[in-house]
Ligand binder design. Sequence first.
Ligand code: ADP
Ligand code: MG
Length: 345
Amino acid sequence: MNKPVKFILTSFAFLSLTLLTACSKQTDDANKVTEVLLQGNTMGTTYHVKIVATEQQVKDKKVHADIDALLKQVNQQMSTYIPDSELSRFNKNLTTEPVKISEGLREVIAESIRLGKLSHGKLDITVGPLVNLWGFGPDFHPDKVPSPEVEAAARKRIGLDKLSLNGNMLRKSIPDLYIDLSTTAKGYGVDKVADLIEAKGFKNYLVEIGGEMRLKGVKHTGELWAVAIEKPVSQERSVQEIILPKDNAIATSGDYRNYFEVNGQRFSHIIDPDTGRPINHKLVSVTVIAPSSMTADGLSTTLMVMGEAKGLAFANEHDIAALFISKSEHGFVEENTVKFVPYLK
Ligand code: ADP
Ligand code: MG
């Protein structure tokens, strides 16, 4: 959420899912149905919304202003980059008594805990101290690997068993537990924006925040929305695969642009809670399709933590639509679950 450092590092990665649509046609006729594009900044990245409607309809329903207000509210609830956000206040508050939280925060934390349990702790929203230690959080970006003592101290503060949610009461069992919702909050924002657009009566739209997307219906041409998955390389931008997600959300997790190097070794921004260290395997990106963007967002990171073999087995076992791209000596290797097949073009 709202991460200046990460934004610089990943301003390209966010479009690893690229829309295959021509730019919305400029038209003088405000009553002609087109793909009306609304865009702005949120969560340290950008958002893009396309609604198949007339300019006038979108204007009359105040869609743009309402989206901005909604995203501002979401950010104020769950950003760790805003010192007085609801989440930052919970993180700084040293009490181990239950604290009442907003419905938005409750939803995101509940889903994050569910995915955390499902994955036996591979997705862990308490992993923040390690993320920051390895230089990808709001804190200073280190240029060296942390010492074992510092690493051990950070690991003591980690674990979903130190967090409990009971209705809208959230409780931590150690005073300095730190929650980081980077893996699910962007997706939650996408879901909220999509719900808002739907509530205003639009049936064909697309919502994207920092690469997380949710789509519904068709483009103004009547064709399905198509999404391109980029080739997972940091130097160039070309298409690896074209996907038709239909009325679903699509999320990609990949470590090929957001990393730093020390002595030739790459350090990813994704931490394996079991080792306490950045992931280090051949899997370079995972794409997940699911009805909820929050779930797709969280699952793509979860599978990324697991790596190619365990991730694929887990996704098949849990009926997750997922596409894995791994590095091999002969270039990139793609594997997908059975559930993903209907979305391949
Ligand atoms: P990606 O697009 O690569 O999935 P995200 O922004 O969705 O990236 O999620 C990565 C972020 O999640 C990291 O920058 C970090 O803040 C946090 N994170 C890293 N490892 C984990 C983990 N195992 N569980 C939960 N959150 C994590
Ligand atoms: Mg993710």
